[in-house]
Design a protein around this ligand. Structure first.
Ligand code: NDP
Length: 452
């Protein structure tokens, strides 16, 4: 991220300066903190007790950060050493909750930005879950199942002592899907000699997982787009949708778009994107990415209506709705301008912080409805909390019932962000609204629980 961050109000600038000084060389973490601080000044003005109690100063410092060695051997018997980490950011609303990411780019800055975002996202859902995030610089691409299993076991050999259904409950994220969750949960069960269902979410539905958890983030991001468009009197049906990524979030955003009558025309991975004017075929995409674990070009090779564009991002394709669902800072100001020129009406962030600050600003200035990830992709963690409830009660809810709850949660998240934006003087600004609504809930809880 090379963009310069805009100056902050004097009310929060000293906190930001301390964050930058104390966490040097962590640009993604600075970016995430900056966005929240820039939004919450009106909340601090209305609640002087938050300032007196040092809520913001405490919130930007994680409660705990764990960094550990992960040694494992590959199929040739060669030794590898990766770095594992878990940042337990805030437990004021509930056990730490947030995914694990396995990707070579993972470092403390990325895990801290994700953990910080997670606090406010989880608060916005209205559920009893705190914020945390973890992962490793391990790259599962090109590794055999046996290698992935050994890595996951070595990772859990250390992390297990920091987890538990009342302590810290991870889930998946980039590079951590159904396969990895199974190996991680299995090793925790072996080490602790406990089948503690509620210590991990995103489990297989046959062994404690919840219906709709797999689909929830992508479905939720499309529901959020639908809600935003609804406030503007528009219907999602018939709209062209651009999606980036081809993983868990992207696949189910594409699936839900079809179900609602929209036309999802793109998908991508780190090698390029495919465009398919007939609408992306979900079954083929799942076959390519989840079964064959192949590159996205294989989709175009198998589908006459599609073409593959190597080394580019999908934002050059004109669409009505964009759902960036790959990774942070994957959509910059130039991409935003291309989308605006192509007539985009709404952007719903499936990924965490995929749009750079300049891109967000360009969308908002152009009157494009913009749903930030901490609201738009909250359906994943919200459904994880439903999984925890089912595990605690030893129940299983049906797919239909779970999807209805997800839809209601996304409507509530939208309403909370929308009304907070109005209340704090920025009507229609979902960034301000999501940050203020999430922050308010966390701050009240911190105030009540004392200086700890
Ligand atoms: P997956 O690992 O299932 O898929 C990630 C996709 O993004 C892949 O297509 C991958 O391509 C692509 N990608 C990853 N890194 C890059 C990069 N640096 N450049 C270009 N493409 C990239 O992850 P998820 O779908 O689970 O997560 C996607 C995003 O959604 C992340 O930001 C995550 O934090 C966020 N999110 C996920 C939730 C969930 O429930 N899974 C919940 C809330 C947010 P390739 O295979 O080539 O690397």
């Amino acid at each position: 991220m090379t963009e310069t961050l805009a100056p902050l109000s004097a009310a929060v600038r000293p906190v930001f300066d301390t964050v930058v000084a104390r966490n040097a060389h962590e640009p993604e973490f600075h970016q995430a903190v900056h966005e929240v601080l820039a939004s919450i000044v009106p909340v601090l003005e209305e609640h002087p007790t938050f300032v007196e109690a040092g809520i913001v100063e405490r919130l930007v410092e994680p409660e705990r950060q764990i960094i550990f060695r992960v040694p494992w051997t590959d199929d040739n018997g060669d030794l590898h050493v990766n770095r594992g980490m878990r940042v337990q950011f805030s437990s004021v609303l509930g056990p730490y909750k947030g995914g694990l990411r396995f990707h070579p780019s993972v470092n403390l800055s990325i895990i801290k930005f994700l953990g910080f975002e997670q606090i406010f996202k989880n608060a916005l859902t209205g559920q009893g879950i705190g914020g945390g995030k973890g992962g490793s610089d391990f790259d599962p691409h090109g590794r055999s199942d046996a290698e992935v299993m050994r890595f996951c076991q070595a990772f859990m050999d250390e992390l297990y002592r920091h987890l538990g259904e009342h302590t810290d409950v991870p889930a998946g994220d980039i590079g951590v899907g159904a396969r990895e969750v199974g190996y991680l949960f299995g090793q925790y069960r072996k080490i602790t000699n406990r089948h503690e269902s509620g210590m991990f979410t995103g489990k297989g539905v046959q062994w404690g997982g919840a219906e709709v958890r797999t689909e929830a983030t992508g479905y939720g991001a499309v529901f959020f787009a639908e809600e935003m468009l609804g406030t503007a009197g528009r219907d999602i049906a018939g709209m062209r949708m651009g999606v980036s990524g081809s993983g868990n979030v992207a696949i189910y955003a594409i699936a839900k778009a079809h179900q609602l009558g929209a036309i999802p025309v793109t998908a991508s991975d780190s090698t390029g994107y495919v465009v398919d004017d007939h609408g992306i075929d979900v079954d083929l995409l799942r076959q390519v990415k989840e079964v064959d674990r192949a590159r996205i070009s294989a989709y175009a090779a198998a589908r006459p209506s599609a073409r593959f564009v190597e080394g580019a991002r999908p934002w050059e394709v004109p669409v009505d709705i964009a759902v960036p669902s790959a990774t942070q800072n994957e959509l910059d100001e130039d991409d935003a301008r291309a989308l605006i020129a192509g007539g985009v009406r709404a952007v719903s962030e499936g990924a965490n912080m995929p749009c750079t600050p300049a891109a967000v600003s360009a969308f908002q200035k152009a009157g494009v409805l913009f749903g930030p990830g901490k609201a738009a992709n909250a359906g994943g963690v919200a459904t994880s909390a439903l999984e925890m409830s089912q595990n605690a009660a030893r129940q299983r809810w049906s797919f239909g019932d779970s999807e209805a709850r997800l839809r209601e949660i996304m409507q509530n998240v939208h309403a909370a962000a929308y009304s907070a934006a109005e209340r704090y003087g920025s009507p229609g600004d979902y960034v301000v609204g999501a940050n203020c609504a999430g922050f308010e809930r966390v701050a009240h809880a911190m105030l009540a629980q004392g200086v700890i």
